[in-house]
Design a protein around this ligand. Structure first.
Ligand SMILES: NC(=O)c1ccc[n+]([C@@H]2O[C@H](COP(=O)([O-])OP(=O)(O)OC[C@H]3O[C@@H](n4cnc5c(N)ncnc54)[C@H](OP(=O)(O)O)[C@@H]3O)[C@@H](O)[C@H]2O)c1
Length: 217
């Protein structure tokens, strides 16, 4: 993969990913609801780094080999409806969404009928598009501190061996991040719960970069 699109790439999780993947040598396009505003946002943080293109969601997905979904889970249905026709056959989507709510300052998992955000998304993608989940547990604050090593593991699941291994290869592009293949998409539920756990650890211990490392592997 040499080019990659990040929908929601202006956001907390997306902007660190966009910059780090651009540094790794990929041609990165950020998809946004408001490309003009996003262009200003991207210009502010990408001044010293490699160039990053900005486009509306549909143009950003059009022809992309890999599209990372980095928007809030609550906006995924509407977004997928809009961009469905743009995916090329065989494209890979990487879901990083976590179905969390923060109502009243309390973290709660949304009850997703399909079992996880990733399976919910699978059900709304064209069958010729492949799906993997990754970048769900690496903390946004650390991703955004682009000079800092990530020094953790990242869980990858997917709907095929190829989808998982391509997603794992992307994870490996970020220094200090080790992909852990955890198998089929149904494992996304466990990964998404781990994100909730990381946030709970951050809050309880007043830190921002709690993350996971698997030992014995
Ligand atoms: N923050 C974390 O630590 C973290 C960690 C792991 C996973 N995640 C997951 O990553 C995804 C993004 O999280 P985030 O914290 O980066 O979110 P965010 O900053 O609130 O939003 C990301 C981007 O999505 C777009 N967006 C916001 N609201 C939208 C809407 N209603 N409809 C369509 N697009 C919208 C915005 O881009 P434009 O305005 O440019 O369109 C925004 O910059 C979420 O699904 C989250 O669960 C986050």
């Amino acid at each position: 993969v040499t080019s990659l699109t990040i929908l929601g790439g202006t956001g907390r999780q997306g902007h660190g990913l966009a910059q780090r993947l651009a540094h790794a040598g990929l041609r990165v396009t950020v998809g946004s609801r408001d490309p003009e505003r996003a262009r200003a946002t991207v210009a502010a943080w990408a001044r010293s780094g490699p160039p990053i293109t900005v486009a509306d969601h549909a143009s950003a997905v059009d022809g992309a080999d890999v599209t990372i979904l980095a928007v809030p889970f609550s906006s995924v249905d509407q977004l997928l409806l809009e961009i469905q026709p743009q995916f090329k056959d065989g494209a890979l989507v990487i879901d990083i969404t976590v179905p969390l709510t923060f109502a009243g300052g309390k973290i709660a998992m949304l009850d997703v009928a399909e079992g996880s955000a990733a399976e919910h998304i699978r059900a709304r993608l064209p069958s010729a598009v492949r799906l993997a989940a990754a970048f769900k547990t690496v903390p946004a604050q650390l991703l955004g501190a682009t000079a800092d090593p990530l020094a953790c593991d990242e869980f990858v699941c997917g709907d095929s061996d190829e989808a998982r291994s391509e997603a794992a290869a992307l994870v490996r592009l970020l220094p200090g991040l080790r992909p852990i293949d955890v198998g089929p998409l149904s494992r996304a539920r466990s990964i998404e719960h781990l994100t909730a756990l990381a946030i709970a650890i951050n809050r309880r211990h007043n830190v921002h970069e709690a993350r996971f490392r698997v030992v014995g592997l």
